[in-house]
Design a protein around this ligand. Structure first.
Ligand SMILES: NC(=O)c1ccc[n+]([C@@H]2O[C@H](COP(=O)([O-])OP(=O)(O)OC[C@H]3O[C@@H](n4cnc5c(N)ncnc54)[C@H](OP(=O)(O)O)[C@@H]3O)[C@@H](O)[C@H]2O)c1
Length: 211
């Protein structure tokens, strides 16, 4: 590990990419809070564990990973807007809410890393994917949130970035070739960037890519 041990919080850490990221950060010597929703809290991405942590525990590294893809194969013109709203609630507002809980503390302490798990579906460089319109819109908005937050905390020691992990073999994409552990290494790199690292950028495998 380069640098001191930090406290990290990963949302959606009970499975898939989140579990792999939390495990990788722990392997690198960091203290990791594995956040996961409980059954009753379905639909909200600010689980009790996060509120409890926000009350007492400083978090240096936040990985906003919890997410849902529920509208694959739907045309934008035919999208069920309640479904779109759900995608926005989980993928955008969930990440936003959790960030609001921890970003002020990071700024106060003068060090922090926020990584928003975005998607290639949200890329304007390749054309936002029309095959999952609610998901795409939520991740495009998450990218916008990333740049706004990065601008807000510029010069404070806090870096805020989005990452496109590529297709990863999880419940969301069971047929994908890439193992979660492989994608998790790059996400962990983004979560532990050096102090002169980029902020307000879109990353893919440790490289800055076009939005
Ligand atoms: N897999 C890919 O190819 C791929 C590609 C690009 C981006 N991503 C992104 O990577 C992230 C992780 O996805 P994954 O592939 O690991 O999918 P996954 O295996 O389906 O895991 C999704 C995680 O998000 C949690 N979650 C879903 N809905 C939630 C809600 N309403 N409130 C709180 N937590 C909720 C899940 O909790 P439960 O277990 O309780 O449902 C689970 O922990 C997502 O943001 C996804 O968009 C994945």
């Amino acid at each position: 590990m380069t640098g001191p041990a930090r406290t990290a919080l990963v949302t959606g850490a009970n499975r898939g990419l989140g579990l792999a990221v939390a495990t990788e950060l722990a392997r690198r010597g960091h203290r990791v809070l594995f956040a996961a929703r409980d059954g009753a809290a379905a639909g909200r991405a600010a689980p009790d564990a996060v509120r409890a942590a926000a009350a007492g525990q400083p978090v240096d590294i936040l990985v906003n990973n919890a997410g849902v893809l529920s509208d694959w194969g739907t045309a934008p013109s035919a999208a069920d807007l309640d479904g779109v709203r759900h995608s926005l609630e989980v993928n955008l507002l969930g990440a936003w809410r959790v960030t609001q809980a921890f970003l002020p503390g990071m700024v106060e302490r003068g060090w922090g890393r926020v990584v928003n798990i975005s998607s290639g579906a949200a890329s304007f460089a390749y054309g936002p994917s029309p095959q999952c319109p609610g998901y795409t819109a939520s991740k495009v908005a998450l990218n916008a949130l990333t740049t706004m937050l990065a601008e807000e905390v510029k010069g404070t020691g806090v870096l805020v970035n989005a990452i496109n992990p590529g297709l990863v073999r999880t419940r969301m994409q069971p047929q994908a070739e890439q193992a979660p552990e492989e994608a998790a290494r790059h996400i962990a790199d983004a979560a532990t960037l050096a102090d002169d690292g980029p902020s307000g950028v879109f990353l893919r495998r440790d490289t800055v890519i076009d939005w």
